[in-house]
Design a binder for this molecule. Structure first.
Ligand code: C2E
Ligand code: MG
Ligand code: MG
Ligand code: MG
Length: 282
């Protein structure tokens, strides 16, 4: 499988269409086998309240693994998996892994944390899939602990999402987050139409904020918007203390996620994280 991954990647560098098509077919085949054999695990990345340094939740991020370790980053296969329809199984794996991890997460970080699962735009707009998935969530008895991250594109057909899918989520008590906010379509319209529990500002706005006054303006505005709407705003991709300090001091953004606080880690590695004790920023 690892060898395959290397071949899959090589195609971008050296080849014409024939090779690319072959590589895609190979990747597709490998992916189907990986789903069949469940060669996926989920890494959990903390979300931290800036003011207190407290871990308030985690995001479950898929990892394609074999015995030896990760094979390929999600960006290399998740879109194809969704296209092939086998992404639905991966999303169910995410739920199962998350629920299985909850006991250890609770012991270490408290039972008030929320765990987020990513759902593709296609899935979010597939009422058939969502009905099954929400039923599976409800069956775990843990719906209140879960949040679904949807990209803005999931809301393009907002009418349908709003009419058919959102009520299911509300009824089950599952929370909803808009992922990568600011990079897709219809951001403000979405916020006006749909009550979401959380907005995650895309990490492109956090990159080099110190020397980008326009990004600073955008972050301040989204923070204020979140405050006005009563929606938690999360800054993604916070890598430096300067970035975190800026968010805390200059914006209304309360929560951050990023390598500064912790990389995505398997549940057995989470116990080595500092828990509630991230350094307080000033
Ligand atoms: P995302 O949902 O926006 O997840 C955040 C991504 O940013 C993760 O990459 C995470 O490792 C990375 N990240 C977090 N903090 C930092 C930071 O400080 N700096 C930098 N440079 N990167 C950071 P990952 O795990 O490779 O996932 C990439 C994307 O793949 C995700 O973006 C999400 O769209 C998708 N994805 C991952 N797991 C799943 C899944 O189970 N289902 C679906 N539908 N999509 C998934
Ligand atoms: Mg996400
Ligand atoms: Mg994101
Ligand atoms: Mg992002």
């Amino acid at each position: 499988r690892a060898k395959m991954g290397r071949r899959g990647r090589a195609v971008y560098f050296d080849a014409g269409m024939g090779k690319a098509v072959t590589a895609r077919m190979e990747l597709e085949q490998e992916l189907r086998l990986a789903v069949r054999d469940r060669h996926f695990r989920f890494a959990f990345q903390p979300k931290v309240e800036l003011r207190s340094g407290r871990v308030i939740g985690f995001e479950a991020l898929v990892r394609w693994v074999n015995g030896g370790g990760p094979i390929m980053a999600p960006s290399g296969f998740i879109d194809l998996a969704m296209e092939l329809g086998i992404g639905d199984e991966i999303t169910h794996f995410a739920l199962q892994d998350t629920v299985a991890a909850l006991e250890r997460i609770d012991r270490r970080f408290g039972a008030d944390t929320t765990i987020s699962i990513n759902v593709s735009a296609r899935q979010a707009n597939d009422p058939g899939f969502m009905r099954g998935f929400v039923a599976a969530i409800a069956a775990t008895g843990r719906a209140q602990r879960l949040m679904l991250e949807l990209t803005e594109d999931a809301f393009i057909t907002a009418g349908q999402f709003q009419a058919q899918v959102l009520p299911l989520l509300r009824e089950a008590g599952v929370r909803v987050s808009i992922d990568d906010f600011g990079t897709g379509y219809s951001s403000l319209g979405t916020l006006a139409d749909i009550t979401v529990d959380e907005v995650k500002v895309d990490r492109s706005f956090i990159r080099r904020i110190q020397d980008r006054p326009r990004s600073q303006g955008v972050l301040k505005a989204i923070g204020a918007l979140g405050r006005a709407l009563g929606t938690v705003v999360v800054a993604e991709g916070v890598e430096t203390e300067e970035e975190a300090r800026y968010l805390l001091q200059a914006t209304d953004i309360d929560v951050a996620q990023g390598y500064l606080f912790g990389r995505p880690a398997f549940v057995e590695q989470l116990v080595r994280m500092p828990g509630r004790a991230f350094p307080r920023l000033r």
